[in-house]
Every structure is written in structure tokens, then in C-alpha cells.
Design a protein around this ligand. Structure first.
Ligand code: TYM
Length: 329
């Protein structure tokens, strides 16, 4: 058993992983890997809350697991596994759903956004999705949940769900904390800097995929929406240029002052070109490791099977306790 604080985080295999996922989450998981006892999960059961293609899902799960390893998640140091391979996630999700008030779920902004216009035909999994996410975290007694800004509300709900369960049935769960890095917690779409960069947005020039070819990356940045001004400064009133500068800051590790000084007197074209180069340089080794990993599918299968072996006993031990206190054993 490790005495390091436990981390749990997840990512959906619901489309190509993008620069927002990398900057807001994956790179932080990688950077802090040594400090924590880590559990990282490809959450396939979250990806079925909206219409999807089963064939596509199967290959996206593998692709995403390979991307995570290529980004630097070390399957020795961190437990990397697929959610549906540990059936305790859905069992705990149901048990938590039974003590979660409807109002807590209805006020989730992501539910409100995603269900808009669907009336009563909206899938009920989209509403109860945060109880599955709470189950993911609570099952491993994780203290820390590193996420991008858009998941903060869901992690806070997981805290409330844990607190309520502990009150009803006695101390059972560690109450988790969301951890959000300041820089890059919300990367915006390149085609529309007022919308979060997202896997489910359609536009060809919306998101930079982590496996995009260098030419495509250049093209996407060269088309990125900015504004009609010229100076290159961080300014919340100017979301396009600020988003580009933020990505630059996250990947270079430089301060905003140093970056503004670098681009003083230069034009948007220079910023876009320099940023594209930095992104290409960051993603090149990831693409290469990804190619190597996927050339040998059996290794990936073995790594994921080993992850389940390490995750399952912890999930089982939590469930033994939960079933007991709930009177189900
Ligand atoms: P998902 O798959 O949408 O995103 C994975 C991680 O990437 C972050 N992220 C972003 N960060 C910055 N800018 C963006 N544009 C951006 N888009 C996404 C997300 O905040 C997230 O950290 N429900 C979760 C997955 C999940 C989970 C969990 C996370 C399921 N169970 C338990 C933590 C703990 C989701 O849909 O993330």
C-alpha cells in the first residue's frame, strides 16, 4: 500500500483527445505522477450517455489508453484501466443514485447545456452521469481529483454525495478535493473562443487533436479566430488572443510577462506561427510513442489487463463495506 495521497481522474473515449484535455488534465496527471498514488481511468460507461457507435467506442477506448501512455502516463507507476472492466463502478453508482436528490443533478450546468432542446426525450443517463462519476472517485477512496475547470462542479457534487452517504451510513468514503491548475484550466475552441474546446464539437478547425499531423496543426492555428486589434496581450475582453497566449503559457511554462514581452510589436501571424511550432514540438514525441504502442496491440491489452488487476481489489474492498452498511449483506 502506498502512503502517498491517492489521486483518481478519468477521461471519456468519446472522440479524439485534444489539446484542452492535455493542457487541462493529462499533462498535470503526468507531471504529478511521482507525488501521488494514481488511478487513471478510460471512462467508457460515461461515453454511452449520448448516442454513439459501438464499433467506434471499442476502438476509441484503445486509442485513448495508448494516447495516455504516449503522453507519459506510466502504467507501472500509475494504475491505468478501463471503467467497464471493473463492474463495481456501476454497482456503486446505483447505490449512490438512491441517496442523491434529483435537484442536485438537475442543477449541474453540463446537464443543462447538453440536454437543451431535447425535452423529455433526453437520456436519463445524462442526468445521473455525475453519480457514476462520484462512484468512480469514491470507489478508490481518492483524496485528490485533478481535472479541468468544466469538471469542478461534478467533483464538488461527488463531495456532497460522499458527505451525505457518510452521514446516513457512517464514515465510509474519503471526501475528495478537486485540483485545478490555474493556467489552461479551460482551453477554448480555435474557431470560437467563447466556447470550450470539446470532443463533441463538429467544426474542422475547432480543436487540435493530440494525434494531428503537423500540417493540420499549422492550418488550425493559422485560422484561429482572434479580433480586429493588433497588440498581443492577455485580456479577458479578447478571448481569441488570450486563448492562444494561454496555450502558449501552459506549454512553455513561461510567465505571462515574458510571453507578452516576446510578442511585443509583433503581429497575430507571428503568435500563431510560434504557437503552432510549440504545439507541434510538444506533440511530436507523443505521436511517435503512440505509433509504436499501437503497432503491437497485445502489449496494450496486457497493460490494461494489469491495470484492472490492481484496481479491482480496492474497488471490491470498498464495495464489501458499502454493501454491509447499507444492509445488502
Ligand atoms: P472529459 O473526458 O470531458 O475530459 C477529460 C479531462 O479533460 C479536461 N478538459 C479540459 N480542460 C481544459 N480545457 C478544455 N477545453 C477541456 N476539455 C476537457 C476535463 O476537465 C477533464 O479533466 N466526466 C469527465 C470524466 C470523468 C471523471 C471521473 C473525471 C468520469 N469520471 C472521475 C474525474 C474523476 C469528463 O467527461 O471528462
Amino acid at each position: 500500500m502506498s502512503n502517498k495521497p491517492r489521486v483518481f481522474s478519468g477521461i471519456q473515449p468519446s472522440g479524439e483527445p485534444h489539446l484542452g484535455n492535455y493542457v487541462g488534465a493529462i499533462r498535470n496527471w503526468v507531471d504529478d505522477q511521482e507525488r501521488y498514488d494514481n488511478f487513471f481511468c478510460v471512462v467508457d460507461q460515461h461515453a454511452i450517455t449520448v448516442p454513439y457507435d459501438p464499433q467506434q467506442l471499442r476502438s476509441s477506448v484503445r486509442q485513448l489508453a495508448a494516447v495516455l501512455i504516449a503522453c507519459g502516463i506510466d502504467p507501472e507507476r500509475s494504475v491505468l484501466f478501463v471503467q467497464s472492466h471493473v463492474p463495481e463502478h456501476t454497482e456503486l453508482a446505483w447505490l449512490l443514485t438512491c441517496s442523491t436528490p434529483l435537484g442536485w443533478l438537475q442543477r449541474m450546468t453540463q446537464f443543462k447545456d447538453k440536454s437543451t432542446g431535447q425535452g423529455e426525450s433526453v437520456g436519463s443517463g445524462l442526468l445521473t452521469y455525475p453519480t457514476l462519476m462520484a462512484a468512480d472517485i469514491l470507489l478508490y477512496q481518492a483524496a485528490i481529483v485533478p481535472v479541468g475547470d468544466d469538471q469542478k462542479q461534478h467533483v464538488e457534487l461527488a463531495r456532497d454525495i460522499a458527505g451525505r452517504f457518510n452521514n446516513l451510513y457512517g464514515e465510509s468514503f474519503v471526501v475528495p478535493e478537486p485540483v485545478i491548475r490555474q493556467v489552461g484550466a479551460r482551453v477554448m475552441g480555435l474557431d470560437d473562443p467563447t466556447r470550450k474546446m470539446s470532443k463533441s464539437e463538429d467544426g474542422q478547425f475547432h480543436a487540435v487533436g493530440l494525434l494531428d499531423e503537423p500540417k493540420m496543426i499549422q492550418k488550425k492555428f493559422s485560422r484561429a479566430v482572434t479580433d480586429s486589434q493588433t497588440d498581443i496581450v492577455f485580456d479577458p475582453e479578447r478571448p481569441g488572443v488570450t486563448n492562444l497566449l494561454t496555450i502558449y503559457q501552459a506549454l512553455s511554462g513561461e510567465t505571462s510577462e515574458v510571453i507578452e514581452a516576446r510578442f511585443a510589436g509583433k503581429g497575430y501571424g507571428d503568435l500563431k506561427k510560434n504557437l503552432a511550432e510549440l504545439v507541434i514540438e510538444t506533440l511530436a514525441p507523443i505521436r511517435q510513442r503512440y505509433e509504436e504502442l499501437t503497432a503491437d496491440p497485445s502489449t496494450l491489452d496486457e497493460l490494461l489487463a494489469a491495470g484492472v488487476e490492481r484496481a479491482r481489489p480496492i474497488a471490491e474492498s470498498t464495495m464489501d463495506h458499502v454493501r454491509q452498511v447499507m444492509g445488502l449483506r
